[in-house]
Design a protein. Sequence first.
Length: 85
Amino acid sequence: MSTRQDTRENAFVRFLKRKWLAIVLVVLLIVVAIQNGVGGDQATIYLLWGQLVMPTWALVLIVFAAGGVVGWVFARNRAARKGRR
């Protein structure tokens, strides 16, 4: 006999099976950001003629956000291509 709780649990297990790598990467990002925040390290970025100095943890979060945006754009493009077929 199937209950509503079994269905929800199965959906949760399916979610974990599909997203385990993303979950591991986010946990790793949090660990790296915290470790760099505690150390007080500074990162220097050179872009053309400019120079930007920021805390390393902020750079880690910015790179993570940029990667998320790029992944989201690629996923949208892939879904749009599949929709046109």
